[in-house]
Design a protein around this ligand. Structure first.
Ligand code: DOR
Ligand code: ZN
Length: 430
């Protein structure tokens, strides 16, 4: 279907655009952006008055759980959840069962996505076999099968020499290395941020230094190897300082932050709320404020969900045993939009952090409404609000600490290649 979306506020940082305009879509691609009132013959009209139109959101960090853990999520439900969150391109991590450490598993995931995915799925391969941190994974084979980056996310590569070689090797293949920065020796038995709240609760904490130490080590290795280092889910103020310094030096380093690290403090774990147990842990307000400032200043480049669905059984077993992670797709944009409502970020900065920049980091043909690009488009209603009800999620995961929160700017429509993949009946009806 050829159509034109009229009267919306179009925000596309890739062409420095922020104005009321019409988007013409032909054969699944952007045919142009106009400001005239002329409707081309044979085009359906979609009225987006008062709505905000952006290049489809890009999530560079999620967990789809297929193969091996489809009781938590599968490609159909995970990508439907992504579409409902306004994401049109996502990249899934390698900690599946088995781990995505070979060309065959990468190919399996991409094949499954071709038949079951609602959005574009890109695949991240492991750095080490089985995420064991001992032997490098088949990076070249996986690259041939189509991976866009490597990461042992969920686990830290503790051996610095192995990490050095992995960076050298990944760089020859043109792959960014995404790190999960956590000195495991400092975190044995720990379930949350080490601080006043963990002390009050009598729980073992992970100090912020456990992250900073690895961030600083890997910056040194990036300097040594010239590789592109991307720091996943930054949670600590000192990590931010180290990243800012490395950028100033001109190193190839990028970083992401999650909506939950921007929205919550460790007080969310008071009353032993297992849904706020994540890795890295949510830290205190000083860390949260440093993350927001870094996001605003561009020291942190991207917002990524770390969508990590788990079953009720994995979660409802006490703080010590509960799995780490929360679902993120369906609340991410609205949580991030709170920063716009609070005047911490401009809309254009938000779109940059959730679409343009993550697409650029992974080298994807996404994150732009320029002529000729795929018509991947997200439309939200900035005047409206909604209340999170995790029982209504498209994801199989119900593990959200945001249940019951009233949030701004619901996603109203998501288009992938010019096709509607999500339509928010509740918002459209109201
Ligand atoms: O909270 C988390 N959950 N952090 C990770 O690094 C992994 C993820 C998962 O796979 O559940
Ligand atoms: Zn993750």
């Amino acid at each position: 279907m050829n159509f034109i979306i009229i009267n919306g506020r179009v925000v596309d940082p890739s062409q420095k655009l922020d104005r009321k305009a019409n988007i013409v879509i032909r054969d699944g691609k952007i045919a142009g952006i106009t400001t005239t009132n002329k409707i081309p013959d044979g085009y359906a009209v979609f009225d987006a008055s008062d709505l905000l139109i952006m290049p489809g959101l890009v999530d560079m960090h999620c967990h789809l759980r297929d193969p091996g853990q489809t009781s938590k999520e599968d490609i159909y439900t995970g990508t439907m959840s992504a579409a409902a969150g306004g994401f049109t391109s996502i990249a899934c991590m390698a900690n599946t069962v088995p781990v995505n450490d070979t060309a065959t598993i990468t190919k399996y995931i991409l094949d499954e996505c071709r038949s079951h995915a609602h959005v574009n799925v890109h695949v991240i391969g492991a750095i080490t076999k089985g995420l064991q941190g001992e032997v490098m994974a088949e990076m070249a084979g996986m690259k041939q099968s189509g991976i866009v980056a490597v990461s042992d996310d969920g686990m830290c590569v503790m051996n610095a020499q192995l990490m050095r070689r992995a960076m050298e090797y990944a760089d020859t293949l043109g792959l960014p290395v995404i790190i999960h920065a956590e000195d495991e020796c400092m975190c044995h038995g720990a379930v949350m941020h080490e601080g006043a709240v963990s002390t009050r609760l009598g729980l073992i904490g992970k100090p912020a230094e456990s992250e900073e130490i690895i961030v600083k080590r890997d910056i040194a290795l990036a300097r040594m190897t010239g590789a592109h280092l991307h720091v996943a889910h930054v949670s600590s103020a000192e990590s931010v300082k180290a990243i800012a310094q490395a950028k100033k030096e001109g190193l190839r380093i990028t970083a992401e932050v999650t909506p939950h690290h921007l929205s919550l403090t460790d007080e969310a774990l008071l009353h032993y709320n297992v849904n706020a147990k994540v890795n890295p842990p949510i830290r205190d307000n000083a860390h949260r404020k440093a993350l927001i400032k870094a996001l605003k200043e561009g020291v942190i480049d991207a917002i990524a969900t770390d969508h990590a669905p788990h079953t009720a059984l994995d979660k409802n077993c006490g703080m010590d045993l509960a799995a780490c992670g929360m679902v993120g797709f369906e609340t991410a944009f609205s949580l991030a939009y709170k920063l716009v409502a609070e005047k911490q970020l401009s809309v254009s900065q938000l779109v940059q952090r959730m679409s343009t920049t993550p697409a650029a980091i992974l080298g994807l043909n996404a994150g732009s409404l320029k002529k000729g690009r795929p018509a991947d488009i997200t439309i939200v209603d900035p005047r409206s609000t909604w209340t999170v009800d995790s029982s209504q999620f498209f994801s199989k995961g119900r593990n959200s600490p945001f249940d019951g929160w009233k949030l701004p700017a619901p996603v109203v429509y998501t288009f992938v290649n010019g096709k509607v993949v999500y339509r928010n009946e509740r918002s459209i009806a109201s």
